[in-house]
Design a protein around this ligand. Structure first.
Ligand code: APR
Length: 249
């Protein structure tokens, strides 16, 4: 795989880089992206209709069961070469910030030291009434489990459509976008705000944008480097060509 010499040079010289990842990074771990059709039991539903506070209010059991099914799939998934390449980038670049929209925890499983999770984590649940985070809950029963403190219904600790993102994570993400020299947008369709605006903010502040995606997105024509293909192939090759090539002086 041949990369633009400019990109290799920028990456070798970068003191600060930020990466935003989306569902495409976990696609090669066997997890479907958000905008792919669902499979199996849930094929007839659209994620946009299940991942909302209104859906949970209307039918908490259905939403809970969908997340239980997704949590099961995530538990069986393993990090892929894209996740490991991002661990390596964090070692090579003095200030590297990893921001993800994924809730699967695969960056942490690969060994990424610090991950800003913009959309929460599917392995945590919290009370829909008092907000208490629960690391354990009754998984045996048929009903949606309840909070041991206030008896409210438990829900996954993820951000649903129409909900606010966690404030501290959002501020850290904006700061990392504002201050980096290189901004990577990897495996994200770039249509869900506010994450989608991070790349444009970085560019306005002088960063160069590197997009890695299997398909063109709204960001592609703005990117300084648009690398089309699978993240699990492109990212490790880029890391190798930049930091482990014999002529990498
Ligand atoms: N390598 C690189 N890119 C890939 C790969 C791959 N192997 N497979 C798919 N892609 C790209 C697709 O082309 C698409 O642009 O990943 C992107 C996945 O897009 P979405 O499914 O929209 O996922 P994402 O951008 O993470 O969605 C953002 O929206 O639904 C909400 O909260 C949910 O976090 C999610 C957010």
């Amino acid at each position: 795989m041949i990369f633009p010499a400019d990109l290799i040079k920028a990456l070798r010289q970068a003191q600060r880089a930020t990466a935003l990842t989306g569902a495409g990074v976990s696609q090669e771990s066997g997890l479907r992206t958000f905008r792919d059709a669902q499979d199996g039991l849930w094929a007839q539903y659209r994620p946009e209709d299940l991942a909302t506070p209104q859906a949970f209010q209307r039918n908490p059991k259905m939403v809970w069961d969908w997340y239980a099914w997704r949590r099961e799939k995530v538990s069986q998934a393993k990090p892929n070469p894209a996740h490991y390449a991002l661990v390596e980038l964090a070692k090579q670049i003095p200030n590297f910030t990893l921001i993800t929209q994924n809730v699967d925890g695969l960056h942490q499983a690969a060994g990424s030291p610090l991950v800003i999770e913009l959309h929460g984590n599917i392995h945590r649940v919290r009370c829909s009434v008092c907000g208490l985070i629960h690391s354990r809950w009754d998984q045996g029963g048929d009903a949606v489990p309840r909070c041991k403190v206030c008896n409210g219904l438990l829900r996954p600790d993820v951000v649903w459509f129409g909900e606010n993102l966690p404030q501290a994570e959002l501020e850290a993400a904006f700061e990392a976008a504002r201050t980096c020299e290189l901004f990577f947008s990897i495996g994200t369709s770039g249509v869900v705000q506010p994450a989608a605006s991070l790349a444009y903010l970085a560019q306005q502040q002088g960063a160069r944008i590197v997009e890695i995606n299997a398909e063109p997105t709204p960001l592609t024509s703005f990117a300084d480097f648009a690398l089309q293909g699978k993240a699990g192939q492109i990212l490790p090759a880029l890391v190798k060509a930049t930091f482990f090539h014999e002529s990498s002086t």
